[in-house]
Design a protein around this ligand. Structure first.
Ligand SMILES: Nc1ncnc2c1ncn2[C@@H]1O[C@H](COP(=O)(O)OP(=O)(O)OP(=O)(O)O)[C@@H](O)[C@H]1O
Length: 464
C-alpha cells in the first residue's frame, strides 16, 4: 500500500484528506508543522509527501530541500493557494513533482497523487523501460514516457520539433533552456527516443533536488566505506545510463565540485566512483536543462565556462506559453482529453469566453499550470463545455487587470497627445506674439512652412 505524508497546519484539511485517502487504499501519516513532518521522514519511508507551501515554521523551498536530503527519491506535491502559484512553481527548481491548488478537491487530488507516484517510480527505476515504441514525430504526436508528445503550431514549437529531429541521431550534448513547465524533460525524452540510443537507458536526474552532500554519490556512485553511510558499493546515475542518455535537469544547481567532476567525465569519458581507485569507461549522451541564464551564471562565476561550452554543443530554447499563444488551445484540448480519462468525465469543449481567457493569461507555470487548470475545470464542469466560472478566479481577474491596464495605456497615449497638443498650441501663440503676428516670420522661427502653420492655426483654433 503506498504511503503518504501530509504536512499542513490546517487540521481540518489533514483530517478530511487522511480519511479520504485511507479509504482509497493509501497509508497516511499527518504532520501539522514542517519539523514534525521531517521527524516522520527520518523514521519511515514514504512514496509521496503532500506539503503545504506556507507552513508556520518553514517555506515550501526550505521544506523541499530538507525532504530531499532525507529521502531523495520521494515524490513531493505542493499544496498552494492559486494566488501563490507564481511562487509555488519556483519550487520545481528544487525538485517538487507537482502542485495542487486550494480549495482541494479529493477526486482531483487522487488523480494527481496516483499520476505523481507512478511517474516518480518510473523515473526512479527507469532505465531501459523507456525503450518502448517510437512513433512518427511528423504526425505531431509521439509517445514519450507513456505520455503523448504534442507539437504546437507556433513557429517556436515547429522549430523545436525540427531541432529534435535534426539533433537526435547525433551524439552531441544538448542544453535545453526554458522556464519551468515549458516541457524541457519532454523534449529531452524525445531527443532520446529518436536517437540510436532509444533502446538504451534514459536516466533523468534532477540536480535541483540533489542535496549537495549526496550529489557526487548519486551521479558517480561510491564504494563501500567511502564515507559514513556508504554501507555497500553503489552505482551512480552515469553508470546506470551507460550506452544511453543522461538528462541533467536544473544543471545550474550543480555544486562547483561536481561541475569539475562532470567536466572530467565529458572530457575523458570515464567516471570514478567516490572512494574508488580505478576508472570506469562510460558512453553516455548528456542532455542538460536549465531555467536560468547559464551565460549569466558563467559571468557571475557560479558555473564553469569550460563545462558550459562542452554541454552547449547544441541549444534548444523553449518559449513560454504566453509567447506562443497559438499553441495554448492545442495543449488545452489535449489536457482536456487526458483529464476526461483520468476523471471519467465527458467534457467536450471550451466556451468562447474560456478560449479567450486561456489564450490571454500569463501562465507562470506554463504547460504544467495549464494542465492543472484544465484538470480542475473538467472536474468542476457539469455540462459538455467548460465555462468561465470553472476557471480559477485569479485567471479571470488577471485578464481583467490586463484589459484595464491596456485601456489605461490607451488613455495615457491620448493624454500624452493632448499634453503635446496644448504645449504645441502655446508655443505657436508665444512665437506669434513675439513676431507681432507676422505668419511668415512665425513659420520661419518654428521651422515649419506657411501651409503647415495655417493648418495648425486651424487645428488649435488660434485666430491670428
Ligand atoms: N510536448 C508536450 N506534449 C504534451 N505534454 C507536454 C509536452 N511538454 C510538456 N508537457 C506537459 O507539461 C508538463 C511539464 O513538462 P516538463 O516536466 O517536461 O517541463 P519542464 O520544463 O521540464 O519543467 P521543470 O522545469 O519544472 O522541470 C508535463 O508533465 C506534461 O504534462
Amino acid at each position: 500500500m503506498p504511503k503518504l505524508l501530509i504536512i499542513d497546519d490546517d487540521k481540518d484539511i489533514c483530517l478530511v484528506l487522511s480519511k479520504f485517502l485511507t479509504k482509497n487504499n493509501y497509508e497516511v501519516d499527518v504532520a501539522y508543522k514542517g519539523e514534525e513532518g521531517l521527524k516522520l521522514l527520518r523514521a519511515s519511508r514514504y512514496n509521496l509527501v503532500l506539503c503545504d507551501y506556507r507552513l508556520p515554521d518553514h517555506t515550501g523551498v526550505e521544506m523541499l530541500r530538507k525532504i530531499k536530503l532525507l529521502q531523495p527519491d520521494v515524490a513531493v506535491v505542493i499544496i498552494t493557494g492559486y494566488s501563490d502559484v507564481r511562487t509555488a512553481v519556483e519550487t520545481f527548481r528544487y525538485g517538487a513533482n507537482d502542485y495542487v491548488t486550494k480549495p482541494l478537491y479529493p477526486d482531483e487530488l487522487l488523480v494527481t497523487i496516483k499520476e505523481t507516484i507512478a511517474k516518480n517510480e518510473k523515473r526512479n527505476t527507469s532505465n531501459a523501460e523507456n525503450a518502448d515504441a517510437v512513433q512518427d514525430v511528423r504526425k505531431g504526436k509521439s509517445t514519450v514516457n507513456g505520455g503523448t508528445f504534442i507539437v504546437g503550431k507556433s513557429i517556436q514549437s515547429q522549430t523545436v520539433q525540427k531541432y529534435i529531429e535534426l539533433i537526435a541521431p547525433s551524439d552531441m550534448s544538448v542544453i535545453i533552456n526554458g522556464e519551468t513547465g515549458t516541457g524541457k524533460e519532454f523534449v529531452a525524452q524525445s531527443v532520446h527516443k529518436f536517437s540510436k540510443r532509444s533502446d538504451k537507458p534514459f536516466v533523468a536526474i534532477d540536480c535541483g533536488a540533489l542535496p549537495k552532500e549526496l550529489a557526487g554519490s548519486e551521479l558517480f556512485g561510491h564504494v563501500k566505506g567511502a564515507f559514513t553511510g556508504a554501507v555497500s558499493d553503489k552505482q551512480g546515475s552515469f553508470e546506470v545510463a551507460d550506452t544511453g542518455t543522461i538528462f541533467l535537469d536544473e544543471i545550474g544547481n550543480l555544486s562547483y565540485e561536481n561541475q569539475v567532476k562532470l567536466l572530467r567525465v565529458i572530457q575523458e569519458r570515464r567516471i570514478k566512483r567516490i572512494g574508488a581507485t580505478r576508472d570506469i569507461p562510460i558512453d553516455v549522451r548528456i542532455i542538460a536543462a536549465t531555467n536560468e541564464d547559464l551565460i549569466k551564471a558563467v559571468k557571475e562565476g557560479r558555473f564553469r565556462e569550460d563545462l558550459y561550452h562542452r554541454l552547449n554543443e547544441f541549444k534548444i530554447q523553449l518559449s513560454p506559453l504566453r509567447e506562443r499563444k497559438e499553441d495554448i488551445i492545442i495543449f488545452a484540448n489535449y489536457f482536456l482529453e487526458k483529464s476526461n480519462q483520468a476523471l471519467q468525465k465527458n467534457v467536450k469543449s471550451f466556451s468562447p469566453d474560456v478560449v479567450d481567457q486561456l489564450t490571454n493569461y500569463f501562465w507562470h507555470g506554463n504547460l504544467r499550470e495549464l494542465n492543472n487548470v484544465i484538470k480542475r475545470s473538467v472536474l468542476l464542469t457539469i455540462g459538455e463545455s467548460v465555462q468561465a466560472d470553472s476557471l480559477p478566479q485569479e485567471i479571470i481577474q488577471a485578464n481583467n487587470t490586463v484589459a484595464a491596464t491596456g485601456a489605461l495605456v490607451e488613455d495615457s497615449v491620448g493624454l500624452l497627445k493632448s499634453i503635446a497638443g496644448s504645449a504645441e498650441r502655446q508655443a505657436i501663440i508665444d512665437v506669434l506674439e513675439k513676431v507681432n503676428y507676422n505668419k511668415s516670420k512665425a513659420a520661419e522661427l518654428l521651422r515649419i512652412d506657411r501651409k503647415t502653420l495655417y493648418n495648425k492655426l486651424k487645428l488649435y483654433s488660434i485666430s491670428a
